[in-house]
Design a protein around this ligand. Structure first.
Ligand code: ZN
Length: 289
């Protein structure tokens, strides 16, 4: 339905403009738009919290750099959206990277997970961003990329050692089980225990995926990313079953990582808040079946 004749004319103009060589649409929104050098993706920044233009410019740079790093990582069959809207939101909500939008929070604290969420949007997630292929490789790899190319120091392996030493180890078989993984990766988040379990699940997946990539290479992992039936896929690709690799990984963590120092704990965001309830989490989440 057309609202008015002038709306119709604008519509025609936009269609015409798109068929010409100009990639960046002209007009008042120019300053919020950035196009990747290969012309494939246009990002529009929706500055809902009204950060200064300087910050918008630095987010544009971060998007282009992250785009580059993700393009040079693994390749998937997924074709990303030509247009991705990047929302800068107020407060500390849960950030998302979907097909054609990034919802980012924690902007003012400089803690927004841009690299992590863009990894989801560019490489694909499940079947059209559903949960049909679980969360383990997708969340693990997005955190791996953020650890490698994001701005914050990574404590992934050290935190893993902390969980192992505290007897709060989540078996990988549970994290990749499509009947159980929602409780770990997508709990209702109605209390701190659920936040903590989710946080722990992300760290387990990131540490394991980082170990896999550092040990066996990115090319092999490329064939595992976002696949169905991870248990048998791992065995097929790596020649070991997942619990054998899990054991190797735990040995690696124990032999290579030092304990978190007081200084580390102070630097890890919300460390004391998230770990304060760790002993209250139902032990069933940590037991081997
Ligand atoms: Zn994620």
């Amino acid at each position: 339905m057309f609202k008015s004749r002038s709306f119709f004319l604008i519509f025609i103009f936009l269609l015409t403009a798109c068929t010409q060589d100009t990639v960046v649409p002209k007009g008042k929104n120019d300053e919020n738009i950035v196009v990747t050098p290969d012309g494939k993706i246009t990002f529009e920044i929706i500055n809902k919290i009204k950060v200064p233009q300087e910050k918008v410019e630095s987010i544009k740079d971060e998007l282009l750099n992250a785009y580059d790093e993700i393009q040079n990582s693994i390749h998937t069959a997924y074709v990303p959206s030509e247009r991705i809207n990047v929302f800068l939101n107020e407060g500390n909500g849960v950030s998302w990277g979907l097909k054609s939008e990034l919802q980012l929070y924690d902007i003012k604290e400089n803690q927004y997970p841009l690299v992590h969420e863009l990894t989801h949007s560019l490489l694909g997630y499940g079947n059209n961003f559903d949960k049909s292929r679980g969360y383990f490789t997708q969340e693990g790899f997005a955190t791996y990329m953020a650890d490698k190319y994001g701005e914050n120091e990574s404590y992934t392996h050290k935190l893993m050692k902390y969980f192992i030493d505290s007897n709060k180890f989540i078996p990988i078989s549970k994290l990749i089980d499509l009947n159980q993984d929602d409780a770990y990766f997508r709990p209702a988040l109605t209390n701190q225990k659920e936040y903590t379990l989710q946080w722990m699940s992300y760290i387990h997946s990131a540490s394991f995926i980082t170990y896999l990539i550092d040990t066996y290479g990115l090319e092999k992992f490329e064939q595992l990313y976002n696949e169905e039936d991870l248990g048998s896929k791992v065995e097929e690709l790596y020649g070991k079953n997942i619990s054998e690799i899990e054991n190797d990984w735990v040995v690696f963590i124990n032999n290579s990582q030092t304990e978190l120092t007081y200084e580390d704990k102070r630097k890890i965001r919300s460390f004391y808040t998230v770990t304060s309830v760790i002993d209250q989490i139902d032990p069933k989440f940590f037991t081997m079946e």
